[in-house]
Design a protein around this ligand. Structure first.
Ligand SMILES: [Zn+2]
Length: 343
């Protein structure tokens, strides 16, 4: 994005900035009232305290783990909020490929994936029967599939050739004769050149070896197959408004918050190219980031809490802005389709 494009976006967001600014001023005044209401109703132990930590740390020397660029890059401090551990992690933005990335991958990364990390856990069912006959035999792989919720939904709709891999599940899982999930990394999957579709649904940003992962996916792909990625992306409006409180930064689980440039760099290395981008961010990028900035962990951001601070008009406005951002490539989440290089 060049300066004039950025300026245009900034102008468009005057109203949004104003709204957010007003809300932030209101929060301190509302804190007492809200706290009282919450106490009175015993609805929640949520407290709102605006974070005043200096989170823009200026330029520090780094080497990009995506493109190899070395230099003094903008550095930020973000805190863990999903599990409410509040541990602090440093991230930097590569000046070359603009990938926002964690400065050091923590040794104890596993500690930040609780047993219940997968919100929808399915129960294994090797004898599972399906009501709809098989009507689609495309061979599909879901990378980082968890217990296979998405795959089973496809099987229920008549897909019959479904595979998953996830190194963090307990053991291999099967659902009847249609869904087969292996406890392994993508590098260990079998079936070179046989998959029609490979999906990475909000999993690529968690991988510590994205270049190798994309190469492994490319190897498994048929010549005319596609890789579909759902992924948080940077830069975006939520980071511009809330900095490293941006909730999809999700320190330290998200190792790399990719820009289009860093994704295209990796795609090229894997013999792939981007066929399409589709942005699909929504109002949550602003609302959740706002609560993170005020110290509210993910699980405490209930509809009830949101309704105390934002009325339907606010939400509609955020949703409209998210839609605009999606159109200008400045939302915080997108789908990306890759195919094998045609040239
Ligand atoms: Zn880079």
């Amino acid at each position: 994005m060049n300066d004039s494009e950025l300026l245009a976006i900034n102008e468009k967001f005057d109203l949004l900035f104003k709204t957010i600014g007003e809300l932030q001023n209101q929060v301190s005044q509302q804190n007492d009232v809200i706290a009282h209401l919450l106490r009175a109703e015993n609805a929640s132990k949520v407290t709102m305290i605006k974070d005043d930590t200096e989170r823009r740390l200026g330029k520090k020397h780094h080497v990009c783990r995506i493109c190899g660029a070395e230099g003094d890059f903008d550095t930020f401090l973000s805190r863990e909020m999903m599990q409410n551990k509040r541990d602090e992690f440093e991230y930097f933005e590569c000046g070359e490929c603009h990938c926002l990335q964690i400065s050091e991958i923590p040794d104890n990364l596993g500690d930040y994936y609780g047993e219940n990390y997968y919100s929808y856990a399915l129960k294994e069912d090797p004898d599972r029967k399906y009501n709809v006959p098989v009507n689609n035999t495309d061979k599909i792989l879901d990378v980082g599939c968890g217990t296979g919720v998405w795959l089973v939904s496809l099987a229920d709709a008549g897909y019959g050739n479904l595979f998953g891999c996830d190194p963090f599940i307990e053991r291999d899982i099967h659902y009847g004769d249609r869904v087969h999930i292996r406890k392994c990394t993508i590098h260990e999957m079998e079936g070179e050149g046989t998959f029609d579709r490979i999906r990475m649904g909000d999993s690529f940003e968690h991988m510590t070896d994205p270049e190798e992962a994309l190469k492994s996916a490319a190897k498994l792909l048929k010549d005319d197959g596609v890789i579909e990625m759902a992924i948080p992306t940077y830069p975006n409006v939520a980071f511009e408004l809330f900095g490293p409180h941006w909730y999809q930064l999700d320190a330290p689980r998200h190792i790399f918050l990719h820009s289009r440039k860093s994704l295209e760099y990796l795609a090229d290395k894997a013999g792939l190219e981007v066929a399409a981008y589709q942005y699909n961010s929504n109002f949550g990028q602003m609302v959740r980031s706002f609560f993170y900035e005020h110290g509210v962990p993910f699980n405490d951001i209930t509809a009830e809490l949101v309704n105390r601070f934002f009325d339907q008009k606010n939400i509609d406005e955020f949703e409209a802005k998210a839609k605009e951002c999606n159109e200008t490539g400045y939302g915080d989440h997108m789908n990306v389709v890759f195919r094998k290089k045609t040239k």
